[in-house]
Design a binder for this molecule. Structure first.
Ligand code: ATP
Ligand code: MG
Length: 131
């Protein structure tokens, strides 16, 4: 997902350029907005954390770009491309280093396992939207 800050700042094109230039194929993509229930479900693993309320407010405040990406070793390679959760610790040239402003507003989401990538893809897209 390109998170609401990326859409607000007009960074959709620049971020997607880096994604495709890094060898990812776009299988599915849309501009959409998460409801509160969507964001709470999506980040349910963090629901006991002190930042959970802030995270849900942020993720629902405006549109996001949801996408399914395909590549050999996609999960690990995408996390390398986006960089550390905290942009202050994200390596030079990573998406979060270039486009994120803080640990709470960090521009992009990447799945953390193949299993979760499958669950998250199905959350956003129907079969007929996947190519
Ligand atoms: P994502 O799951 O969005 O790809 P991530 O896997 O790098 O990010 P997680 O630990 O899963 O990081 O945290 C999910 C999201 O919660 C972060 O991307 C960030 O938006 C927010 N977050 C994480 N830690 C903090 C924190 N300490 N303070 C505020 N927000 C945080
Ligand atoms: Mg995560």
């Amino acid at each position: 997902m390109l998170k609401p800050d990326s859409v607000e700042k007009g960074n959709i094109g620049a971020i997607l350029e880096k994604v495709t230039a890094s060898g990812f194929r776009i299988v599915a993509m849309k501009l959409t907005q998460l409801t509160k229930a969507d964001a709470e479900a999506f980040y349910a693993v963090h629901n006991e954390r002190p930042f959970f309320g802030e995270l849900v407010n942020y993720m629902t405040r405006g549109p996001i770009v949801a996408a399914i990406l395909e590549k050999e070793n996609a999960v690990q390679d995408f996390r390398t491309l986006i960089g550390a959760t905290n942009p202050a610790e994200a390596a030079e040239g990573t998406i979060r280093n270039m486009f994120a402003e803080s640990i709470s507003q960090n521009a992009v989401h990447g799945s953390d396992s193949d299993e979760n990538a499958g669950i998250e893809g199905a959350f956003h897209f129907s079969e007929r939207e996947m190519f």
